[in-house]
Design a protein around this ligand. Structure first.
Ligand code: PGA
Length: 255
């Protein structure tokens, strides 16, 4: 398998945006624009918007994801949501280890791994985020860090379960900043992630894994980014809140 045979995946990450009513309106606007896409199309939405999103996306090619998941099946974990709760609502994907979770909510490589294992056990597809800060890049640690984060996130994930894992390489300095990595930087970062997977599972397996780029991907730069050999789609923040921009990115990844 290689880029030509791996299916690209464009996932929107809405972060802390949109009410249920706004969710319905935005998905209704997106549906005709992304119909017939030759890539997977996912929208990861706040927990409170999941029901509205699933209802609005019915009968379309849009799949719904959550933005986080806890690793326990149930219990005294105020404010948390389990993987089984998500699947019971019809959720198919979940974002794990987003840099905003790592930065603001104390997420660690270990909890990212636990959440990934729990999501996979419940049958969810896990979109696991990795990425270096600007300081780490300037110190020359990008490759070491991306490989470490990737391997830590995938600890005890079987080869079989890896089929349900997407890795999103998101340089922290490019998220929500309008500063996009160049296409070559994105390709290189994704290549480091693929190399880490190859070291852990073998090169053949690594070639089958979908690796997204994320960080200020937009309607203007999506063509160039998604054309790169290691970039199998994207995790889209800001531009996923605009139906037309999101659909242009979906079309770029469908080429
Ligand atoms: P951005 O966010 O596209 O707004 O930079 C990407 C992300 O955080 O996944």
């Amino acid at each position: 398998m290689n880029k030509a045979t791996r299916k690209a995946d464009i996932a929107g990450n809405w972060k802390m945006n949109k009410t249920p009513a706004e969710t319905t309106a935005l998905i209704n606007e997106m549906k005709p624009l992304v119909a017939g896409a030759d890539c997977d199309v996912v929208l990861c939405v706040p927990y409170v918007d999941i029901a509205a999103a699933i209802e609005a996306a019915k009968g379309s090619n849009i799949k719904i994801g959550a933005e986080n998941v806890h690793w326990k099946e149930s219990g005294a974990y105020t404010g948390e949501v389990s993987a089984d709760m998500l699947t019971a609502c019809g959720v198919e994907y979940v974002v794990i280890g987003h840099s905003e979770r790592r930065q603001y909510f104390g997420e660690t490589d270990q909890t990212v791994n636990l959440r990934t294992l729990a999501a996979l056990k419940a049958g969810l597809k896990a979109i696991v985020c990795v990425g270096e800060t600007l300081e780490q890049r300037e110190l020359g640690y990008t490759e070491t860090l991306l490989k470490f984060q990737t391997k830590m996130a995938l600890t005890n994930v079987s080869k079989e379960d890896l089929k349900n894992v997407i890795i999103a390489y998101e340089p922290v300095w490019a998220i929500g900043t309008g500063v996009t990595a160049t296409a070559d930087q994105a390709d290189e970062g994704n290549g480091f992630v693929r190399a880490a997977i190859a070291e852990a599972y073998g090169a053949d397996v690594a070639e089958t894994v979908t690796i997204q780029y994320g960080g200020s991907m937009n309607a203007k730069n999506a063509d160039e980014l998604t054309a790169k050999v290691n970039v199998d789609g994207g995790l889209i923040g800001g531009a996923s809140l605009k139906a037309e921009d999101f659909s242009i990115i979906v079309k770029a990844a469908s080429k």
